[in-house]
Design a protein around this ligand. Structure first.
Ligand code: NOJ
Length: 570
């Protein structure tokens, strides 16, 4: 995992290569899936798990932390399932030691977490006030990870913009965020960069832009249809590039780290592979999500198909300019090549077919693409409504990235599956199956020549799932959100993932087939512990609420009794 000191040279060479390697065409017809592949990952392959600040930390108003757009959004009634909030979540802020023990026990090579911008800069701005207690928290986390030989992979923006910046400037609708984000990132490089060697600027900017500023399902809840997401994304891409250059010019030679971005990319498979319209629609599906961000970052500008479709629809709507903003030629060269590694978050796949949406019916990122998404009802979907398990889509996606962007170095930054909150079964058969098959498809992709260096299971813990609140559980560890101490319990998939890690893959059929059985043997005892937990919570309630209340009442009554007694005597 050491980034290596020859990085600057590599980057220059990389840039030269990029300009001469024309992007290959992805072969849509190559659909053979192949049987399960027994084999191991390259030596040094990095295994990890992850989470993010707002989803896990809690302590939303502690030790000088400022408010983020997610604090404000979740506190409004009716925005989040069950009106849940991340106010306390997993209490990760107070449980660094415990969580590192879990990570260590799994023998993970890396742990991915994010820094909460308002925990460090409560007013968003570096010039105002730096919250040293916030810095201290991340210092401790990083130090403890390193003491345990776990590499930190750190995300700078996992959606929790300081609320002040939203109130004052309209958040990512405003180009001034580029400079403010750069100041924040620069501060992080300065304070943590002597120890952190893997930086991710943005996590899944697609969601932050589309759900934050187009559909309004996520914070800050703006519904600026047809324009909001494009403007937000435009500013995020510029901010990413600026931060990469800041690192490159001011820190790289000293700190020798890498700066990348993490993009969420579901796969889109043509409904009918022999139908050109379907294939084009499937490609548009991928270009309007992954390509929206990856194409400027690798090639300097938006995908041609986005420029064509949004431009045409904008003209039909009588607009003088496209709703998709443009980069100046200076900006294009500033943005091109600003990625030392590409983070890929991947969960699911859709079948795609062509479908026209007349521009007269209003505009949105979704109707601009002229396509329809379909699913196969046979695909398993144990948890989140949108998450169907389709392992072969992962290999297709990774090969697409290889051909489109000149075979970049990839870290899988998120991959996993959820279950409904009502499910308290720790013997999570479906998750073991999901990891087994998705990780196997990733191995096949590596055999195809895709340069995947690491894998991050999503997520270490059950946590706050944005607008879904706590109703979906992605964790390897079950978190009992009812207990005051947010107790963690291993699901069977912990054991299963541990076996994959210790074998660095899937050594042979006999061994791999025994893993599920062995993992399930241990989870029944965890199930019993969890079942006993309501009793523990009940005891907590007795000691913390009932006992003090009864004592106070007793004291009061004795006082009154005493008063009467004294009066009688006088
Ligand atoms: C992607 C987001 O980055 C992550 O925070 C979330 O937990 C997963 N999607 C699952 O919804």
């Amino acid at each position: 995992m050491a980034p290596g000191y020859a990085l600057t040279v590599c980057h220059v060479l990389g840039l030269l290569l990029l300009t001469v390697t024309a992007t290959e065409d992805f072969d849509w017809t190559k659909t053979e899936k192949g049987a399960f592949y027994y084999g191991t990952f390259p030596t040094g392959f990095s295994w990890g798990a992850g989470g993010s600040a707002y989803q896990t930390e809690g302590a939303w108003d502690r030790d000088g932390k400022g408010m983020s757009i997610w604090d404000a959004f979740a506190h409004k009634k009716g925005k989040i399932f069950f009106n849940d909030t991340g106010d306390s979540s997993c209490e990760g802020y107070y449980k660094v030691k415990d969580d590192i023990a879990l990570i260590k026990d799994m023998k993970l090579n890396h742990y991915r977490f994010s820094i909460s911008w308002p925990r460090i800069l409560p007013n968003g701005l570096k010039s105002h006030h730096i919250n040293e207690k916030g810095i201290q928290y991340y210092d401790d986390l990083i130090n403890q990870l390193l003491e345990n030989k776990i590499t930190p992979i750190v995300t700078l923006y996992h959606w929790d913009l300081p609320q002040v910046l939203e109130d004052k400037y309209g958040g990512w609708q405003n180009a001034s965020m580029v400079g403010y984000f750069n100041d924040f990132a620069n501060l992080c490089f300065g304070r943590f960069g002597n120890r952190v060697k893997y930086w991710i600027t943005f996590n899944n900017p697609w969601s932050a832009a589309v759900e934050g500023y187009e559909t309004g399902e996520h914070a800050p809840g703006k519904k600026l249809r047809g324009t909001g997401a494009y403007i937000a994304a435009h500013n995020m891409i510029k901010a990413h590039a600026k931060v990469w250059h800041t690192y490159d010019t001011q820190w790289r030679s000293k700190q020798k780290g890498l700066v990348g971005i993490s993009l969420l990319a579901d796969w889109g498979e043509p409904v009918d592979i022999t139908n050109q319209k379907d294939t084009e629609a499937a490609e548009r599906y991928v270009q309007f999500s992954l390509g929206w961000f990856a194409t400027p970052i690798f090639n300097g500008d938006y995908p041609q198909v986005m420029k064509d479709y949004i431009g045409r629809k904008s003209a039909q709507q009588g607009l003088g300019v496209s709703r998709l903003p443009t980069f100046t030629s200076q900006e294009k060269s500033h943005i091109r090549g600003t990625c030392d590694f590409l983070g890929i978050g991947h969960f699911t796949t859709r079948y795609i077919t062509q479908k026209n949406f007349p521009s007269s019916r209003g505009s949105s990122v979704f109707t601009d693409r002229d396509l329809a998404e379909l699913v196969d009802p046979r695909w398993p979907d144990p948890g989140s409504e949108w998450l169907y398990a389709v392992p072969w889509g992962f290999r297709r996606l990774l090969n697409f990235v290889k051909t489109q962007y000149g075979n970049p170095m990839i870290y899988v930054t998120e991959n996993g599956v959820s279950e409904k909150t009502t499910c308290t079964d720790l013997c999570d058969e479906w998750r073991m199956q999901y990891f087994r098959e998705y990780i196997n498809e990733m191995l096949k992709a590596i055999k195809d020549g895709v340069d995947v260096k690491g894998y991050t299971a999503w997520s270490l813990l059950d946590k706050f799932e944005w607008d879904e609140g706590f109703s979906e559980r992605f964790g390897l560890y079950y978190v009992d959100f009812r207990s005051k101490d947010k107790l963690r319990y291993p699901k069977a998939s912990v054991q299963y993932y541990k076996r994959i890690i210790s074998s660095n893959g899937f050594p042979n059929q006999r061994e791999v087939e025994s893993w599920k059985r062995k993992a399930t043997e241990t989870c029944s005892s965890s199930n019993q512990l969890l079942a006993a937990d309501p009793l523990t919570s009940h005891m907590e309630m007795v000691t913390e609420i009932v006992v003090p209340t009864v004592c106070t009442l007793c004291i009061l009554l004795s006082a009154i009794f005493l008063m009467f007694l004294l009066r009688g005597r006088l």
